[in-house]
Design a binder for this molecule. Structure first.
Ligand code: ZN
Length: 475
């Protein structure tokens, strides 16, 4: 690229610079330097992702502004508003010279504006709504007025929400964290998630839960097959992220991707690291019978889950918790923990603490074989298996009646009770469904017979009878 095609980016004057409070003087003869100024202002506005920019905002006290109106960037020299509707409208405005402040500003709904273009030709525009608002805002700059002078109400963007964040995540847990951060004011610049997959019986191509929400929130989303793909990495670099934030994205990030963010690469992990590193920390903690688990905000390294710890919060496991309720608690606590870390990172780099390698345990992914209910295990363990794998991926078993007919059941809630018998034997079907385990028995409280909806035992028994001699079997 030759130097002549490179765009000049000007530095934007911000409060409390006194130039923002001065009245700009009219342009006399439009000269080459004005045209150069307009080019540079356009490049500066584009880079700053603004919709308007006035010359005083780049330190030039002349009556010139540019604004995106009627779908294009227009140039206004010596602008004047000729007519204003009496009807006004309140709207939230930001300003490149007043960073991180939004103001609720009343503006005329419609204006007629006139100005000169860069050739000195006069033009007139009738603008309304947002377009009318933008030119009123820019014209204010030429008179030394800011949204701080006009606003009725103000909102300051919290520090945590000021970072340019690229969010990487895939399942429902990521959605809960993403929407939790969004509700507090953090809007990621870009979301990265797993590609659409064939799901369900219809084998229809279905977006990941995170992709679905990204589209609802109108945030750009990428679904790369390969993270090393240079086109993908360029797209990430283009948003100039301060922070990469992964929450259950499910894949290792290559060093070339980890090197992109200006400030840090963070991961929210659903355990108290170094316990339960790996893909299934919530399920493994429940299945192991842990009484306490928690969340860890860590610095991402190439080796998954081994980075320095920035913050940890313990969460007690309630005996009633399953993977669904525990994940919800973790997402809530995780959002607050991430928020604290992001707030701190706005003021500068923060130190982390190395993990104690000696205490590390591995939460391997749940294999398909593990989703069969283990009738041979003690009742307490069966209860933990069901809690660990519910709602996803679920626990299955066959109901086999005495004639040998089989039906697949998804077991969603059980409790340990007394009882004795060959594992999988139906011990009672009167007002309850009690089945023998390796040690003790369990009562089936909620389940979903194949092709039907989830129901509790009481509801099922109102419509069905389980014959004596029925057994529950897992292969
Ligand atoms: Zn402004």
């Amino acid at each position: 690229m030759s130097a002549s095609t490179e765009k000049t980016i000007l530095s934007i004057v911000t409060i409390p610079d006194p130039r923002l409070k001065e009245k700009a003087r009219p342009v006399g003869r439009i000269q080459k330097r004005h045209r150069q100024l307009l080019e540079a202002m356009a490049a500066t506005m584009e880079e700053a992702e603004g919709v308007g920019l006035a010359a005083p905002q780049v330190g030039v006290l002349e009556r010139i502004f540019i604004a995106q109106v009627q779908g294009e960037v227009r140039e206004f020299i010596n602008p004047e508003i000729l007519e204003k509707s009496e009807e006004t409208e309140d709207g939230w405005e930001g300003c490149l010279s007043v960073p991180y402040i939004h103001a609720l500003v009343p503006r005329a709904r419609r204006v007629r504006i006139t100005a000169l273009d860069r050739k000195g030709h006069r033009f007139w525009l009738d603008l309304e709504g947002f377009d009318a608002r933008v030119v009123q805002h820019e014209l204010d700059h030429l008179d030394g007025l800011l949204i701080l002078d006009r606003g009725k109400k103000f909102y300051e963007v919290p520090k945590a929400a000021r970072h340019r964040v690229v969010f990487l995540g895939t399942p429902e847990f990521s959605v809960q964290v993403l929407t939790g951060l969004y509700d507090k004011g953090l809007v990621p610049r870009l979301i990265v998630t797993a590609p659409d997959r064939k799901r369900g019986r219809g084998q229809k191509l279905t977006p990941s839960p995170v992709k679905a929400v990204a589209q609802e929130l109108d945030i750009p989303v990428l679904t790369p097959e390969k993270l090393r793909d240079p086109q993908f990495q360029e797209a990430v670099a283009r948003v100039r992220p301060d922070i990469l934030l992964t929450v259950a994205y499910g894949r290792k990030l290559p060093p070339s991707l980890l090197a992109i963010p200006q400030k840090d690469a963070l991961n929210l992990h659903a355990s108290l690291l170094p316990r339960w590193r790996g893909a299934a920390p919530i399920a493994r903690a429940l299945w192991a019978g842990d009484e306490v688990t928690g969340i860890t905000v860590m610095r991402m390294r190439e080796k998954i889950d081994e980075g320095e710890i920035l913050k940890q919060v313990a969460i007690p496991i309630d005996p009633e918790d399953d993977a669904g309720t525990l994940a919800e608690k973790m997402a809530r606590v995780g959002v607050e923990a991430l928020w604290e870390v992001l707030e701190a990172l706005w003021d500068g780099p923060i130190p982390g603490e190395a993990q104690e390698e000696g205490r590390a345990t591995w939460a391997s992914p749940i294999s398909p074989e593990e989703t069969w209910l283990e009738w041979g295990a003690p009742a307490d363990e069966v209860v933990r298996q069901v809690r660990a794998l519910t709602p996803e991926p679920g626990v299955r078993t066959w109901r086999v009646d005495p004639e040998g007919e089989r039906e697949l059941w998804r077991v969603e809630k059980v409790e340990a009770v007394t009882g004795e018998g060959e594992p999988g034997t139906l011990l009672s079907a009167e007002g309850e469904i009690r089945v023998a385990c390796g040690k003790g028995a369990v009562r089936l409280l909620r389940f979903r017979p194949q092709g039907r909806r989830s129901m509790d035992a009481e509801e099922f028994l109102r419509g069905h009878r389980l014959k004596p001699g029925t057994r529950f079997l897992s292969p």
